[in-house]
Design a protein around this ligand. Structure first.
Ligand SMILES: O=c1cc[nH]c(=O)[nH]1
Length: 196
Protein backbone atom coordinates (compact mmCIF):
# COMPACT_ATOMS: atom_id res chain seq x y z
CA UNK A 1 0.00 0.00 0.00
CA UNK A 2 1.21 3.55 -0.79
CA UNK A 3 2.51 5.54 2.17
CA UNK A 4 0.55 8.59 3.35
CA UNK A 5 3.77 10.62 3.76
CA UNK A 6 6.21 9.98 0.90
CA UNK A 7 9.58 11.30 -0.25
CA UNK A 8 7.66 13.93 -2.24
CA UNK A 9 5.68 15.23 0.76
CA UNK A 10 6.92 18.73 1.70
CA UNK A 11 8.45 19.06 5.16
CA UNK A 12 5.75 21.19 6.77
CA UNK A 13 4.71 21.81 10.37
CA UNK A 14 1.58 19.71 9.66
CA UNK A 15 3.56 16.71 8.39
CA UNK A 16 5.91 16.92 11.41
CA UNK A 17 2.91 17.13 13.74
CA UNK A 18 1.37 13.97 12.23
CA UNK A 19 4.66 12.16 12.89
CA UNK A 20 4.74 13.49 16.46
CA UNK A 21 1.27 12.12 17.19
CA UNK A 22 1.57 8.71 15.49
CA UNK A 23 2.71 5.71 17.56
CA UNK A 24 6.34 4.90 16.66
CA UNK A 25 5.41 1.36 15.62
CA UNK A 26 2.93 2.75 13.03
CA UNK A 27 5.47 5.05 11.36
CA UNK A 28 6.87 2.49 8.83
CA UNK A 29 3.33 1.91 7.47
CA UNK A 30 2.53 5.62 7.12
CA UNK A 31 5.84 7.37 6.40
CA UNK A 32 8.14 6.37 3.56
CA UNK A 33 11.75 5.84 4.67
CA UNK A 34 12.98 8.46 2.19
CA UNK A 35 10.98 11.15 3.96
CA UNK A 36 13.05 10.61 7.12
CA UNK A 37 16.25 10.96 5.09
CA UNK A 38 15.07 14.44 4.05
CA UNK A 39 14.63 15.61 7.66
CA UNK A 40 17.34 17.87 9.08
CA UNK A 41 18.34 17.80 12.75
CA UNK A 42 16.32 20.99 13.13
CA UNK A 43 13.23 19.23 11.72
CA UNK A 44 13.65 16.33 14.13
CA UNK A 45 14.11 18.68 17.07
CA UNK A 46 10.91 20.36 15.99
CA UNK A 47 9.01 17.04 16.12
CA UNK A 48 10.27 16.75 19.72
CA UNK A 49 8.97 20.27 20.42
CA UNK A 50 5.56 19.29 18.98
CA UNK A 51 5.57 16.39 21.46
CA UNK A 52 6.36 18.88 24.22
CA UNK A 53 3.41 20.97 23.03
CA UNK A 54 1.18 17.85 23.15
CA UNK A 55 2.20 17.29 26.77
CA UNK A 56 1.55 20.94 27.64
CA UNK A 57 -1.92 20.73 26.01
CA UNK A 58 -2.64 17.69 28.22
CA UNK A 59 -1.74 19.70 31.34
CA UNK A 60 1.69 18.10 31.64
CA UNK A 61 5.34 19.20 31.58
CA UNK A 62 6.39 20.27 28.07
CA UNK A 63 9.51 18.22 27.36
CA UNK A 64 9.78 15.88 24.37
CA UNK A 65 12.35 13.36 23.17
CA UNK A 66 13.10 11.56 19.91
CA UNK A 67 15.62 8.82 19.14
CA UNK A 68 16.81 8.24 15.57
CA UNK A 69 18.98 5.63 13.90
CA UNK A 70 22.11 7.44 12.72
CA UNK A 71 22.31 5.54 9.41
CA UNK A 72 18.69 5.51 8.24
CA UNK A 73 17.50 8.57 10.25
CA UNK A 74 14.37 6.56 11.03
CA UNK A 75 12.66 7.36 14.36
CA UNK A 76 13.10 4.39 16.68
CA UNK A 77 11.62 5.93 19.82
CA UNK A 78 9.80 9.05 20.90
CA UNK A 79 7.76 10.43 23.75
CA UNK A 80 7.21 13.24 26.19
CA UNK A 81 7.25 13.80 29.92
CA UNK A 82 4.24 12.09 31.57
CA UNK A 83 4.68 13.02 35.24
CA UNK A 84 1.14 14.47 35.32
CA UNK A 85 -0.55 12.26 32.72
CA UNK A 86 0.62 8.94 34.25
CA UNK A 87 0.92 10.14 37.87
CA UNK A 88 4.52 9.00 37.53
CA UNK A 89 7.06 10.70 39.83
CA UNK A 90 9.73 10.26 37.20
CA UNK A 91 8.99 9.93 33.52
CA UNK A 92 10.96 12.57 31.69
CA UNK A 93 10.97 13.34 27.95
CA UNK A 94 14.18 11.33 27.54
CA UNK A 95 13.09 8.27 29.57
CA UNK A 96 9.77 8.23 27.73
CA UNK A 97 11.56 8.07 24.35
CA UNK A 98 14.02 5.44 25.62
CA UNK A 99 11.19 3.25 26.97
CA UNK A 100 9.34 3.63 23.65
CA UNK A 101 12.46 2.47 21.76
CA UNK A 102 12.70 -0.61 23.97
CA UNK A 103 15.66 -2.94 24.43
CA UNK A 104 18.14 -2.02 21.77
CA UNK A 105 21.75 -1.07 21.17
CA UNK A 106 21.75 2.74 21.30
CA UNK A 107 25.37 3.06 20.20
CA UNK A 108 24.45 4.15 16.69
CA UNK A 109 21.57 6.41 17.66
CA UNK A 110 21.03 10.07 18.51
CA UNK A 111 18.65 11.29 21.20
CA UNK A 112 17.03 14.69 20.72
CA UNK A 113 15.72 16.34 23.86
CA UNK A 114 13.86 19.64 23.94
CA UNK A 115 15.44 20.58 27.29
CA UNK A 116 18.93 20.23 28.71
CA UNK A 117 18.89 16.79 30.40
CA UNK A 118 18.65 16.47 34.18
CA UNK A 119 21.27 14.47 36.13
CA UNK A 120 19.33 11.19 35.89
CA UNK A 121 18.54 11.46 32.17
CA UNK A 122 22.11 12.54 31.40
CA UNK A 123 23.42 9.50 33.30
CA UNK A 124 21.04 7.22 31.41
CA UNK A 125 22.21 8.71 28.10
CA UNK A 126 25.85 7.84 28.72
CA UNK A 127 25.12 4.57 30.55
CA UNK A 128 23.12 3.32 27.54
CA UNK A 129 25.96 4.53 25.28
CA UNK A 130 24.09 6.88 22.97
CA UNK A 131 26.47 8.18 20.30
CA UNK A 132 25.06 11.68 20.33
CA UNK A 133 22.62 13.95 22.13
CA UNK A 134 21.06 17.04 20.57
CA UNK A 135 19.77 19.59 23.11
CA UNK A 136 16.98 21.97 22.11
CA UNK A 137 17.07 24.39 25.05
CA UNK A 138 20.03 25.52 27.13
CA UNK A 139 18.35 28.84 27.88
CA UNK A 140 15.85 27.60 30.50
CA UNK A 141 18.18 24.94 31.92
CA UNK A 142 21.69 23.65 31.39
CA UNK A 143 24.49 21.91 33.21
CA UNK A 144 25.20 18.36 32.08
CA UNK A 145 26.54 19.06 28.59
CA UNK A 146 30.19 19.11 29.69
CA UNK A 147 29.84 15.88 31.68
CA UNK A 148 28.22 14.13 28.69
CA UNK A 149 31.11 15.23 26.43
CA UNK A 150 33.61 13.91 28.99
CA UNK A 151 31.77 10.57 29.01
CA UNK A 152 32.20 10.30 25.24
CA UNK A 153 28.75 11.38 24.06
CA UNK A 154 28.79 13.90 21.19
CA UNK A 155 26.74 16.89 22.32
CA UNK A 156 25.15 19.36 19.91
CA UNK A 157 23.08 22.37 20.94
CA UNK A 158 20.25 23.15 18.51
CA UNK A 159 17.87 25.55 20.18
CA UNK A 160 14.28 25.65 18.94
CA UNK A 161 12.68 29.07 19.64
CA UNK A 162 9.15 27.60 19.97
CA UNK A 163 10.38 25.06 22.53
CA UNK A 164 12.18 27.74 24.56
CA UNK A 165 9.14 30.02 24.62
CA UNK A 166 6.84 27.13 25.54
CA UNK A 167 9.04 25.99 28.43
CA UNK A 168 9.40 29.53 29.81
CA UNK A 169 5.62 30.02 29.65
CA UNK A 170 4.95 26.72 31.45
CA UNK A 171 7.53 27.52 34.15
CA UNK A 172 5.94 30.93 34.77
CA UNK A 173 2.45 29.36 34.91
CA UNK A 174 3.30 26.29 37.01
CA UNK A 175 6.51 26.88 39.02
CA UNK A 176 5.67 24.17 41.57
CA UNK A 177 5.12 21.54 38.87
CA UNK A 178 8.40 22.56 37.26
CA UNK A 179 10.21 22.14 40.59
CA UNK A 180 8.49 18.79 41.26
CA UNK A 181 9.59 17.52 37.84
CA UNK A 182 13.24 18.38 38.55
CA UNK A 183 13.56 17.81 42.30
CA UNK A 184 10.48 15.95 43.54
CA UNK A 185 7.50 16.95 45.64
CA UNK A 186 9.62 16.98 48.82
CA UNK A 187 11.61 19.91 47.39
CA UNK A 188 8.39 21.80 46.62
CA UNK A 189 7.10 21.26 50.17
CA UNK A 190 10.39 22.45 51.67
CA UNK A 191 10.37 25.58 49.51
CA UNK A 192 6.64 26.23 49.96
CA UNK A 193 5.43 24.78 53.33
CA UNK A 194 1.91 26.09 52.53
CA UNK A 195 1.80 23.95 49.36
CA UNK A 196 -0.92 21.27 49.61
O1 LIG B 1 15.78 16.43 31.43
C1 LIG B 1 14.65 16.72 31.82
C2 LIG B 1 14.44 17.64 32.85
C3 LIG B 1 13.19 17.88 33.28
N1 LIG B 1 12.15 17.21 32.70
C4 LIG B 1 12.33 16.34 31.67
O2 LIG B 1 11.37 15.74 31.16
N2 LIG B 1 13.59 16.12 31.27
Amino acid sequence: MKHFITKDTPVTEEALNVIAHLPTKSLPAIVEDEFFVKLSDRNIMHIAVLLAQKSYDEGGCPIGGIIIDNNTRRIVGKGHNTLVQDNDPYNHGETSAIRDAGRQDFNNTTIFTTLSPCDICATLIYMRQFARVVVGDVTNASGNEQMLCEKGVKVDILEDPMGITLYAKYRAEKPELDMEDWKGLAAVRKARPDFA
